[in-house]
Design a protein around this ligand. Structure first.
Ligand SMILES: N[C@@H](CCC(=O)N[C@@H](CS)C(=O)NCC(=O)O)C(=O)O
Length: 211
C-alpha cells in the first residue's frame, strides 16, 4: 500500500499511527503541501485525489482511498488487531464522537487551505489568523477536556481512534503555541500515547520528509 503523506499533516499523522499500531508496512510518498505552490495541486496528484489533500491510500488493487477516518476504519476492518474501536456499540459511538470533534469540528477550521484563504483572499493579517487558530482549537479542546477521563488513553485502557485524532491535533496546537494549561486531561492522554513506539514513529519529526 502507498500512503501519500506530508510530515506535518495532522490527518496523515493519524493514518501513520494506525499503520504502526497494526504493524502494517507501507510505502510513503511525500507530497509537499507548500513548496512550489503545493504538490497537491499538480495534475498528477489531482488525478489521484481531486480534493487535493493528503492523506491518500493507494491499494495494490488500484483502488484509492481518501479521508483519514475512512482510511483508518478500512485498515481496522481488514486488520482487526489491535482494534481501534471498542466492541460495544455505545463505547464505539463515544470514541467516534471525540475523533469527529477533532477531525470534523476543529481541524477543518485550522487546516492549511482555510488559513491560506483567510490570508490571501480575505486579507487578514497574521495576528488575526493566529487568533482564529487559537480560538477554534481552544473551543474544541474545552469540550473534549470535559468529555474524556484518560485511563491512561483518551477513552480508557486501550488506544482508540480518539487518540489517533487527538495526538496530531495536540502536536499542531503546540506548534502554533496554543496554551494547553487548561487541558490537563488532553495533555495526559497525549503523553501516554507518545510513550508508545507506534505513536513515536509516526511523529512529524520522525518522517523521511521532515524539515
Ligand atoms: N478530512 C480530511 C482532511 C484532509 C486535509 O485537509 N489534509 C490537509 C493536510 S492536514 C491537506 O492536505 N491540505 C492541503 C492544502 O492545504 O492545500 C481527512 O481527514 O483526511
Amino acid at each position: 500500500m502507498k500512503l501519500y503523506s506530508y510530515f506535518r499533516s495532522s490527518a496523515a499523522y493519524r493514518v501513520r499511527i494506525a499503520f504502526n499500531l497494526k504493524g502494517l508496512p507501507y510505502e510513503m510518498v511525500p507530497i509537499h503541501l507548500s513548496k512550489g505552490g503545493g504538490q497537491q495541486r499538480k495534475p498528477e496528484f489531482v488525478a489521484i485525489n481531486p480534493q487535493m489533500r493528503v492523506p491518500v491510500l493507494a491499494l495494490a488493487s488500484g483502488d484509492v482511498l481518501t479521508q483519514s477516518l475512512a482510511i483508518i476504519e478500512y485498515l481496522d476492518d481488514i486488520h482487526p488487531e489491535p482494534p481501534l474501536l471498542p466492541a460495544d456499540a455505545l463505547a464505539r459511538a463515544k470514541v467516534r464522537a471525540i475523533a469527529q470533534m477533532v477531525a470534523c469540528d476543529i481541524h477543518p477550521l485550522n487546516n492549511l487551505v482555510a488559513l491560506q484563504y483567510l490570508k490571501n483572499t480575505l486579507k487578514h493579517d497574521q495576528p488575526e489568523i493566529d487568533a482564529w487558530y487559537h480560538h477554534w482549537v481552544t473551543e474544541g479542546f474545552k469540550a473534549i477536556e470535559a468529555m474524556i477521563s484518560p485511563a491512561p488513553y483518551a477513552c480508557g485502557a486501550h488506544v482508540t481512534l480518539a487518540d489517533l485524532c487527538l495526538v496530531p491535533q495536540v502536536f499542531n496546537a503546540r506548534r502554533l503555541r496554543v496554551p494547553l494549561d487548561a487541558f490537563p486531561k488532553i495533555v495526559a492522554a497525549d503523553a501516554a500515547c507518545l510513550k508508545l513506539a507506534a505513536f513515536d514513529k509516526a511523529r512529524p519529526e520522525n518522517q523521511p520528509d521532515a524539515e
